[in-house]
Ligand binder design. Sequence first.
Ligand SMILES: [Fe+2]
Ligand SMILES: [Fe+2]
Length: 238
Amino acid sequence: MARHILGVLLHRPECASLQDSLENFLDEEMRHTAMFRELNRRCAPEFYGTADYHFIKPPPGSVAVLRWLASRPWRFPFFIWIMLMQEERAMYYAKQFLRSEEPLEPHFVAVQRKHLADEVDHVRWDEDLLQRLWVPATRAKRRINARLFAWMMGEFFLGPKRAGLNVVRQLAREFPELLPSLPEMGHQLRALEHNQQFQLALYARSIVPRTFAHFDRWPEFATLGRVFQGYSNLTGAK
Ligand SMILES: [Fe+2]
Ligand SMILES: [Fe+2]
């Protein structure tokens, strides 16, 4: 998604003075995709030997709609908020990998270390993009985009739905003794969307402090606590 958006923004007049950074950004994201794909292939060649996706099977209709929206980020700057949030989270989790006292698989640690080094700049560039695409937007446009943001986060980024369930199904295939528990496991996985502890492990001020601080500035995000249990607007913007 980021590659799609950045490719378009490279040619937008609002971003002309950010050209070099955006080219770097795009180049690094392409290298990240290749790096994570390679890691997948090493871990599970039976799944990723010939395909980039295995557990994630996005419906073609949704992909087409998202692609259409993402090709117009100047109209739909909520994508930049998603990028900012996910990139700041990626930094947090990468740091957890590097700090782990348990010995972790070295290829995973190496990939996370490389990712962390690049994402620091990405978060800064996302903030720069918001300055250009969000700050000058009309109130109506910000309101619509804040709703789209809340919808998209709820649909794709809050709890295990499609791909998460596929992972558990695969687990039961590998350990058939789990098969009788599969319906209950699926039920409990789906319930995580409303589980406060789980939600706080995904999105909290300690994980995405910069993103939450930016939300605080905008009244359009005042009700975001309905989506993220860990978020409450600190400035009381209405
Ligand atoms: Fe990345
Ligand atoms: Fe990134």
